[in-house]
Design a protein around this ligand. Sequence first.
Ligand code: PGA
Length: 267
Amino acid sequence: MRIPFICANWKMYKTVDEAVKYVKEFRPRARELDGVEIVLAPPFTALHAAAEAARNSNVGIGAQDLYWEREGAYTGEVSGPMIREAGAEYVIVGHSERRTLFGETDDTVNRKIAAAFAAGLCPIACIGETLDQRERQETFDVLDRQIKRGLDGLTSEQIAQLVIAYEPVWAIGTGRNATPAQAAEAHGHIRKRLQHWFGRDSAELCHVIYGGSVKPDNASDLMAQPDVDGALVGGASLDVRSFVEIVARSRQAALARRAAGRPGGAV
Ligand code: PGA
């Protein structure tokens, strides 16, 4: 059974002080939102303090990237075991900003996902097409390539634990979200590919969440779609009230979907 999974991606925002203040304000609100897996992903510098502030709550902490070696002469990099030791349990991998600004490829994403699992972290693997690719009708080809190469070598058990974030690049930080129908189509496609390549059981357990301009206003419609299991939220997660609203509305939509007995969705 997939319970809704909502992750805040703070990107390069929030100091240690700001992160701790946010977590303290957020955790009592999150307590009321049971049945949802909630993760906050601060910058590396705030990971430990945020994890301490979130201790014994239903709020998980995630990093925004990792390097695949355990340790060594890799100036500027941070490893999975270091992130785990800082108190995080999740890590975002292959975000489109990392791919376009920092040269990440499906191959580096693949190594990072394996390293995350090896360190006991749950990877949140990002995939998604650019506007050009969508206009050239290449969306499914791009997703297939990213899944095939990015997840190459993973076991069915790992797929069952994995979170995939479908984030159309043209929707990130633009205020232009995918329509619920576009999200449903892409998520359905991803689920089918997972079934085909990794087996039905693990594909059913893998969370496929949507990201790209998720806001309180559109969260319910997106979450009402089959195969949309949650959200990766950037800009709208920086404000506690707005993020609480997104989690609450997503939870409501998932509950309504379960009550309606609609198959294929997060419950
Ligand atoms: P956004 O970012 O919600 O600001 O569009 C989402 C993301 O980049 O994960």
